[in-house]
Design a protein. Structure first.
Lengths: 391, 83
């Protein structure tokens, strides 16, 4: 259980881009160490706290900065370029913040809780997967057990990213003991109301700093911490759009870093053979073209989501759901392809774990994108959607 | 050796101009002396190699590589920033 964090008395008054550059610099300095030790990027997350960026997605009425998804995506990309794990923590955190703050349903206690995310710079994690349900986050076996004015919840979660670092964990569960597996609610659990018993470690190929360990979760929280609105709506209207746009933004940032390293490699090769165009240069042209396609894909979906952010019918509409699912699949494939192409350009220098032209760490991180909520599952969900979509 | 001397040597090797570099002043226009844009890329790469620097995009303009003096000034600015 993490200790309460000391909060700076005076808010960081620097402009947003300066604060983001500061956090990215911290993230970049510790990225290698975080990867090597497979540990949480504590320094970068502390920097997010001290710069107030953990509350950035909250509306100003709740003490936040009211950033749009497009703005959040731009930050996620910059952090992702510096340290993939930090970028993913930022993306996952704000997806959870929005899932709470956009679905308060008039509840005063949930509004107070959301306000604390900004005033106390709380870090949010989520526990959506569950052992024994085959990886489908839209179905639960665990349930909310109402006991007087408290609820009790026990969940065996194979993955809670940075669970032991989080101040609040948003947990999906069936509405009550008699509810169908798909009749889910989202329960907001304070770290103080939680017991997390680790059931597995996190020693992976990449994204090693997300500390996505398994836990047996045991929560006893006040009954007003159950978000009244069905999780189905929260997921369709907020969580999936935010997750997919912000993840794709992190992967875009990782891709930019890969392309920049490739560019530097090609230029240094050109310096060694002045007068001839090095073989990597033509490959770099293709890579930059691919990156440009990636840029416009992410930007387009982020803007479209911002445009309809108050239109619940449009957000829940099949056309949009198909697009936002395809964004995740396409973006995760693009970052993996760009990583392979960057390795092809930088050659053995890129393959090395050390040296200024190494692409090894981001290459490994990039291969995780298609697997975190597996693309096969998302494509299967999208296939069901288009069966009922009218042209 | 100052930056100007090294830049002169690079220009002599890579700018492919039609007059002896020794006859050019620091503010003589290299493009007017016959340096092509292709040759200017080679000058840029060779200057980067000679000083172990990399020109940021903002400096990759025609005016940066227009004269021996302007190249030297850009180099000195980058060396100072790195120091």
């Amino acid at each position: 259980m993490r200790m309460p964090t000391a909060i700076a008395k005076t808010p960081d008054a620097r402009p947003l881009d300066e604060r983001v550059a500061y956090v990215a610099d911290v993230a970049s300095r510790f990225a290698g160490e975080v990867d090597a030790a497979a540990r949480f990027p504590a320094e970068a997350v502390d920097a997010l706290r001290s710069t107030g960026l953990l509350g950035a997605s909250l509306p100003t009425a709740l003490g936040g900065e009211g950033l749009t998804l497009t703005q959040l995506g731009a930050i996620a990309a910059k952090l992702g370029a510096a340290c993939s794990s930090t970028g993913m923590v930022f993306a996952m955190h704000h997806s959870q913040v929005l899932s709470l703050s956009r679905h308060l349903g008039g509840s005063p206690s949930l509004a107070v809780l959301a306000g604390r995310i900004a005033s106390e710079q709380l870090l949010l994690a989520s526990a959506t997967t569950e052992l024994g349900i085959g990886g489908d986050v839209r179905s639960s076996s665990c349930f909310v057990d109402l006991q007087g004015d408290m609820v009790h919840l026990v969940k065996n979660a194979p993955v809670i990213s940075y669970g032991s670092e989080a101040d609040l964990v948003l947990v999906t569960a069936r509405r009550n003991a008699d509810s169908a597996p798909s009749d889910q609610v989202l329960v907001v659990c304070d770290a103080a109301h939680l017991e997390l018993e680790a059931t597995g470690g996190w020693d992976t190929l990449g994204l090693r700093g997300t500390a996505s360990m398994g836990y047996k979760l045991n929560a006893r929280v006040p009954a007003d911490r159950v978000i009244p609105e069905p999780y189905d709506r929260i997921s369709n209207e907020t969580m999936l759009p935010a997750c997919h746009v912000l993840w794709a933004s992190v992967w875009l940032g990782m891709s930019r870093a890969l392309v920049e390293t490739s560019r530097q490699y090609v230029r240094s090769a050109a310096r060694r053979s002045i007068g001839s165009v090095p073989p990597g240069a033509t490959k770099l042209v293709d890579l930059i073209a691919e990156l440009e396609r990636f840029e416009s894909l992410v930007d387009g979906l982020a803007r479209r989501t911002d445009e309809i952010s108050d239109d619940r019918d449009a957000l829940g509409g099949i056309g949009y759901q198909v697009s936002i699912n395809n964004l995740k699949v396409t973006a995760s494939e693009l970052v993996a392809q760009i990583a392979i192409a960057a390795l092809g350009i930088t050659g053995i220098s890129g393959y090395r774990n050390d040296g200024k032209h190494s692409v090894a760490r981001i290459f490994r991180d990039a291969q995780g994108a298609a697997l975190m909520v597996h693309n096969d599952r998302i494509i299967a969900n999208t296939a069901r959607l288009i069966l009922v979509q009218k042209g | 050796m100052s930056a100007v001397d090294t830049v002169r040597r690079v220009v002599e090797t890579h700018a492919k101009i039609t007059v002896p570099v020794a006859t050019l002043a620091d503010d003589s226009d290299l493009y007017a002396a016959g340096m092509t844009s292709h040759a200017s890329v080679n000058v840029m790469l060779a200057v980067e190699d000679a000083f172990d620097i990399e020109f940021p995009d903002a400096l990759l303009t025609k005016s940066t590589f227009c004269t021996i003096g302007s190249i030297s000034a850009a180099v000195e600015g980058l060396l100072e920033a790195a120091a």
